[in-house]
Design a protein around this ligand. Sequence first.
Ligand code: SF4
Ligand code: SF4
Length: 498
Amino acid sequence: MDVRSQVSMVFHLDKCIGCHTCSIACKNVWTDRKGAEYMWWNNVETKPGTGYPTKWENQDIYKGGWEKNGNSVSLKGAGKLRGLKNIFHNPHLPVLDDYYEPWTYKYEDLFTAPEGDDQPTARPVSLVTGEHMDVQAGPNWDDDLGGSIDYARQDVNFKDLSPAEQEVMFQLERMTFFYLPRICNHCLNPACVASCPSGALYKRGEDGVVLINQQVCRAWRMCVTACPYKKSYYNWHTGKSEKCILCYPRLESGQAPACMHQCVGRIRYLGVMLYDADKIHEVASTEKESDLVDAQLGIYLDPFDPEVIKAAKKNGIADSTIVAAQKSPVYKFVKEWKIALPLHPEFRTIPNLFYVPALMPGMATVQDGVYEESNPQFLWGGIDNNRMPVKYLSSLFSAGNTGKVVEVLKRLMAVRWHRRQVTVGDVKQDVVDKAMQEVSLGKETADAIFRLTSLATFDERFVIPPAHREESIEMLESTADVKGSTGFGFREKPARGW
Ligand code: SF4
Ligand code: SF4
């Protein structure tokens, strides 16, 4: 057993209001620079939809992630041979139009326009060319199902739904959607790290944050192809690739990442997970895609187990990190309560960002004037009749294993019924008991889930392992020494000529 520690995240999708505050928080801190305007290390998409960059989930186009290769896995579209073959033209790289052409407005025209009969306007100007442009797309162009014909209907997650099932989703009175906020998953088997010919990408030993060394990056852009989540971006101004750094300078001083700190819906949780690095290859190479979720959950270790604690200490993991792992909200959601799932586990990167799937209006279906859930016959009717079909959710969160999603939705429903019984009292007790029994949920656990979901304090949502402040200060000083650096290694000027 090779115990390591990983800072991991949970996003609770039923709580996301799609306000994009997280995206703006990140942009203001990290990507408000030339060459980075089009980057959204944190973005929020509407599902169903094609997302950002458009159709990022379709690996027939982008060839990201890993594929099964005998008993092992190999990179789908990157790696030494494939990389060499595509050295002068990589057909799998997203181009600017797949993201969008960033723009601003010529605001000064509002003040400097000569006097006349017309109202002055501020025309859009490209941030790449400086020319006037017609805005054709943006990072959340299909927000709230805008332009569903062109976007939502092209969602790759419909692949397992029959045309009739898809049609039901697009009936006006049944249409529904949810938001999917995304950041880098700081994967345990990161395709971006494996693909880099220069060795510029690395996973930090102490917390598993995946970073790109700006001094070493040589602009091969293999990481952009290899990341199936398209969370590594190329800065056309500096000639270096960049990605989410999980606000590590903030983490090191005990603060939550900017996107998490600012989250209006309080949907985000962060905590340490201990895992067995000896199992990474085995988990990534799991034979059947439908077994990938269980295989991944098996890699995370019980932080209370004396054997795990002993092996962790032997590996140099600090006592304070082990205590943080024991208090981790992520461990509770993912391992103890089993209500959070990884996004697209079939990419086989073993992502460390988990999602509580959206239950949405599943509870509110009415049969002959009464809520279905009050009739024991229809115990899980809300799931069967959910406007967001389970097949769709399982394409996102369980590599098509519908059983996994149903299991999670049932637990979430059971918690809701229990709490409704406690607070309103209009659901029959025997229905609540039956539901709780079926998903092996005790009242205490249901209350704990309710509390962490709805009432948790800042310190309960973000359990950040203490770091040695002097080490973090040394690190800041060493990167600030680099001429032209922004302090954290990102350069403000192109690398050429330095
Ligand atoms: S999400 Fe992409 S960029 Fe982030 S660690 Fe995984 S493979 Fe790398
Ligand atoms: S800030 Fe929170 S609630 Fe708002 S879009 Fe981002 S994740 Fe959702």
